[in-house]
Design a protein around this ligand. Structure first.
Ligand code: TRH
Length: 389
């Protein structure tokens, strides 16, 4: 046992295995920060991939084994795992398997920890029936509970830290857009420019879409964080490669390639844009809090199962939207995800933006009126403890 083992165990600990990209760690890091900042808990975060983590949290040095950042005790998930007393609530994110020795340590505690499996976000109807289900351990006196994020009052909610919408509004009221352009060395665009942020997976349909933006009567400013879409973007611009710092112009289209930043700076990119292309899970949610029209590049699954997830969200999101704009939005989202041609679906979608804008703002506000995920999670854990008597 290390000296650390003598410290009291934290209130919450989260185990995060980085499967790929940044969504798994993005969600876990955000949840850990919210539990500390908004709820005052002591939180430990186990991460198996410090390189991925340090992209979202650049102040973190990958050379260290442990550090406290924003009040979160960050530890490397190595095998064997450092032997520390389990927290009162143990969260395994996205069904990552907890180390056996840690499960045994959980079972050995005088009061069994609350064990949560935090699941992926989905708008599908089956989710509400599975939220909160219990699964007793086959051999230990422990029970795991399934916690599903979601879009209605019955599920686990969405991650949203306290004060987010107010912070966004105050940023924009103080002409944050002009300040943001100056800080990021992007020339201030003309007032009628369509500002687009682009965070996406590989996207072969981009070439023809870029051509439309190049010829557009309305100027377009494309802000692109470094990532997987840059190869297709370079091809569309007819250059060999693109990296952070690149500034290009072709016809009506200006391009700025940005460095990958921390999560808070990514929010500001979403706030300064008129249209956001987001992906995966966490940026998809942040685009909703930005209150602007957005397009979701969903994480592809085998057998096209992701289209059920995409359509389940669209069905909720389009409710109350003008039918023509809704149809255009659905067609563009499908095309962006491989069912159709984005360039062919663009003009109807662009025509719909003036009505999609207020709809996106209302959607975000209606979601923000419900309790956030960290709040619901802490209440859920309290109920489990209370029910034990
Ligand atoms: O990176 P993603 O595609 O992640 C995932 C994973 O692939 C995961 O395995 C999959 O299951 C899941 O999607 C559905 O997309 P996501 O979820 O949007 O995560 C990106 C994170 O990176 C998010 O927290 C925002 C953050 N980010 C920054 O912090 N700075 C940046 O500059 C950018 C562009 C993003």
């Amino acid at each position: 046992m290390t000296e650390n083992a003598l410290l009291p165990p934290p209130d919450y600990e989260i185990f995060c295995q980085v499967v790929d990209n940044y969504g798994d760690i993005g969600v876990c890091w955000r949840l850990a920060r919210s539990l500390v900042r908004d709820h005052g808990f002591r939180v430990r975060l186990w991460v198996d991939d410090f390189v991925a983590f340090s992209r979202l949290c650049p102040v973190f040095h990958t050379a260290v084994q442990q550090a406290v950042v924003e009040g979160v005790d960050i530890r490397q998930w190595t095998m064997p795992l450092e032997q520390l007393e389990p927290a009162a609530v143990v969260i395994e994110a996205f069904a990552c398997t907890l180390p056996e020795a840690h499960v045994e340590a959980m079972a050995a505690r005088p009061v069994a920890p609350v064990w949560i499996n935090l699941e992926y976000l989905s708008a599908e109807d089956w989710v509400s029936g599975c939220h909160g289900l219990a699964s007793p351990h086959p051999s230990q006196p422990l029970t795991k509970h399934f916690f599903f994020p979601g879009f209605d009052v019955a599920g686990g909610g969405l991650l949203r830290e306290t004060g987010l919408i107010a912070a966004r509004d105050s940023f924009l009221q103080q002409d944050g857009r002009a300040a943001w352009m100056a800080t990021n060395e992007v020339a201030l665009p003309a007032a009628d420019t369509l500002i687009v942020s682009l965070f996406a997976y590989e996207q072969p349909g981009l070439t023809d879409l870029v051509e439309i933006w190049v010829r557009s009567s309305r100027p377009v400013l494309l802000l692109v964080p470094e990532g997987r879409v840059l190869g297709d973007l370079a091809r569309a611009f007819g250059v060999l490669g693109l990296s952070a710092g690149a500034r290009l112009r072709k016809g009506s289209l200006s391009l700025a390639v940005l460095p990958f930043t921390d999560q808070d700076a990514y929010d500001r990119l979403l706030w300064v844009s008129d249209l956001n292309f987001a992906r995966g899970e966490d940026s998809f949610v942040r685009a909703q809090w930005a209150g602007k029209p957005f397009v979701w590049h969903i994480y592809a699954q085998d057998d096209e199962a992701h289209f059920d997830k995409l359509d389940a969200f669209l069905q909720r999101y389009r409710a109350g939207l003008d039918p023509a704009a809704a149809e255009a939005l659905v067609a563009f989202w499908h095309a962006w995800n491989g069912r159709g041609v984005p360039a062919a679906a663009w003009s109807a979608f662009a025509e719909g933006l003036p009505v999609i804008g207020p709809h996106a703002e209302n959607w975000g506000l209606s979601q923000a009126a419900m309790p956030d995920l960290a709040m619901r999670l802490t209440q859920f854990c309290n109920h489990i403890v209370d029910a034990r008597g």
